[in-house]
Design a protein around this ligand. Structure first.
Ligand SMILES: [Fe+2]
Ligand SMILES: [Fe+2]
Length: 304
């Protein structure tokens, strides 16, 4: 029994009311303010690291901000071909579905472009280069090697998670850099329709599958999550180096351990826990396969 009222037609109509271009949001006089934090503390988790000075914590927050938008760009590199592949067999079918899915893909191409430009601007302003996980094409290949329903569930998770971050942690936060916040806001405006389209994709891909096939797809979704978790641990190591390069600060062994523990927990909540526990993600999963929703809820406790 579906509890949502999403349709391709209403998602298309809503997405057509949103208009922004990359060049309207970034470049020229729209610069980043490096005197302000970029990410909310619930995602950045820099404040418990009291052995870092205020300037070092601010630099780490901004490094996490770069990683955040870079990671969106990274996942969009598999979402874009996935949505195109899903649309292609339907090109002669429901015109609302075709247009909504192609609009979705086109918006993700725009987001990839936006976040690449953001990285260039960040690196110019920040002053030292930052290493990030990837490369995006290898990650896309690894994710797209999984069955379509597993990729659709991953995409659904990511897109609800993105919205949760904006609504709960960024929207009313007046301390963050307005330019960084503007990028998150404009991204969210389009993501709001994507998660509805993801829900419809999950329903169409799972239609007619038996319990064993659904469980296998959920297992693959968890494998993709496990792969992402490994990449997040790698990013924490990169961020130790990124911070050392930016500030010159060398950490003791105990400080390093504290850094890794707090940052890994922050990364896991940001990209795994907050998506797995999103009520709309849990509802879609539960309607598809109740036992799988319980399994995911149990595993999510490790990432919250
Ligand atoms: Fe996006
Ligand atoms: Fe999206």
């Amino acid at each position: 029994m579906k509890t949502h009222g999403y349709t391709y037609r209403t998602a298309l109509a809503a997405s057509e009311r949103v208009h922004w271009r990359v060049e309207d949001l970034i470049g020229g006089d729209k610069g980043l303010d490096f005197s302000k934090p970029f990410l909310p503390e619930s995602l950045a988790r820099v404040e418990p690291l009291t052995f870092l000075g205020p300037r070092e914590r601010l630099a780490l927050n901004q490094i996490r901000g770069l990683g955040y938008l870079y990671t969106f760009g990274l996942v969009e590199e598999f979402i874009l071909p996935f949505v195109l592949d899903h649309a292609r067999p339907q090109l002669h079918g429901d015109p609302y579905a075709v247009r909504a899915l192609l609009g979705f893909a086109s918006e993700e191409a725009k987001h990839i472009h936006l976040f690449r430009q953001f990285r260039d601007e960040f690196e110019q302003g920040f002053g030292t280069p930052c290493e990030e996980i990837g490369p995006p094409d290898a990650v896309a290949k690894a994710v797209l090697g999984h069955q379509p329903l597993a990729v659709a569930l991953t995409t659904l998770h990511i897109e609800w998670m993105t919205q949760k971050h904006w609504i709960e942690a960024v929207k009313d936060n007046q301390d963050l850099d307005p330019q960084f916040k503007s990028l998150l806001k404009h991204h969210w405006m389009e993501e709001a329709q994507h998660s509805k389209l993801d829900t419809l994709m999950v329903e169409s891909l799972s239609h007619g599958m038996d319990g064993a096939a659904l469980d296998a797809a959920v297992e693959e979704y968890l494998e993709i999550g496990g792969m992402l978790d490994g990449a997040l641990a790698q990013q924490v190591e990169f961020d130790l180096d990124n911070l050392a390069r930016a500030t010159g600060r060398k950490l003791s062994a105990a400080e390093r351990n504290a850094f890794v523990a707090a940052q890994l927990q922050g990364q896991r909540w940001t990209y795994l826990g907050s998506g797995m526990t999103h009520p709309n993600f849990a509802t879609t999963l539960g309607e598809m396969r109740p036992a799988a929703a319980d399994r995911v809820a149990t595993i999510a406790k490790n990432f919250c």
